[in-house]
Design a protein around this ligand. Structure first.
Ligand SMILES: [Zn+2]
Length: 299
């Protein structure tokens, strides 16, 4: 085969291959909706893109009653839709709501949430930390952090995939139902940030390991809390928020803007941590998702 012919065949192959293998495009009237289902599993995320020849107002993607706004990403309108870790796998529908012309248009797209199970784990706490689980301060702190987790800033601060906050592999820890060798945590009864399942990734790194920001963002909170210890909450924009728990110290303050890779502090074992480690949690519209999904962010 000549070199020109080979190049022509490669070009045709490139045209035939979709840019995102698991992105399904559907056309409804003049609306074109693309749904990336590659992370559609409990604890995952749907990325929904919208193109339209219509004039429209506010639009949402809706999954299990949760309305997620379409916001302007680097590649046009997109909604990030979290799949809760306790969501049911199987076929379901994604609602798309458009305010166009004189009224509201709403239609449903069939999607499939894949199965994913998370192994249970038990947490052995040092004696001195067991009492922390039942103190009301933990509930108060949890409610404060929950307010930050629901932040939706219009501007997308990140560009491309997030990177790990420490240079080490994470423990398989996200989504694990967990029990403590102590009284049940009061937060388990309030569905706050702590409790019946683990809402992030744990990195078992030595105390004093530098933590860097996985992506650009604005510091919503930095300071000590009862259960999460020295805590940093970062707003990456468009409903994506990171938390970093159990730090020994942090140089950042509320309102600081940090770029990807910026120092966020040193790891420790503050709060309810049984051993020195970093806890990294990622929330989308207030719902905990597996932080690994941020590795697939394409833009
Ligand atoms: Zn953790």
């Amino acid at each position: 085969m000549s070199k020109t012919r080979v190049l022509a065949v490669l070009a045709l192959a490139a045209l035939a291959a979709p840019a995102f293998p698991e992105e399904v495009t559907r056309r409804v009237g003049r609306l074109v909706v693309s749904v990336d289902e590659s992370s559609a599993y409990p604890g995952g995320l749907l990325s929904v893109r919208l193109r339209s020849g219509l004039r429209y107002g506010a639009v949402h993607a809706i999954l299990a009653g949760r309305r997620c706004p379409f916001l302007l990403s680097h590649r046009g309108l997109r909604a990030l839709v979290p799949v809760p870790v306790d969501g049911q796998p199987g076929p379901t529908t994604l609602g798309i709501e458009v305010l166009a012309g004189r009224g509201r248009q709403r239609f449903a797209l069939p999607i499939t949430v894949a199965e994913r199970s998370y192994p249970a784990r038990s947490v052995l706490l040092p004696e001195v930390k067991k009492a922390m689980l039942t103190l009301p301060t933990g509930v108060r702190d949890g409610r404060l952090v929950q307010l930050y987790l629901r932040t939706v800033s219009k501007k997308q601060e990140w560009s491309g995939p997030f990177h790990a906050p420490v240079p080490a592999p994470a423990e398989p820890s996200f989504g694990c139902p967990q029990t403590y060798d102590a009284p049940p945590p009061v937060e388990a009864k309030t569905d706050a940030i702590w409790g019946e399942y683990h809402r992030g990734l744990d990195y078992l790194v030595p105390a004093g390991t530098p933590v860097s920001s996985p992506a650009a963002g604005t510091v919503l909170f930095a300071g000590p809390l009862l259960l999460t210890g020295e805590t940093v909450v970062l707003d990456h924009g468009q409903g994506v928020v990171s938390v970093f728990y159990h730090l020994a110290s942090t140089p950042v303050r509320e309102g600081d803007w940090v770029e990807a890779g910026a120092p966020l502090g040193l790891t420790g074992e503050t709060g309810i941590a049984a051993v020195p480690h970093l806890h990294w949690g990622v929330y989308v519209h207030g719902v905990a998702v597996d932080p690994h999904v941020t590795e697939t962010f394409a833009d």
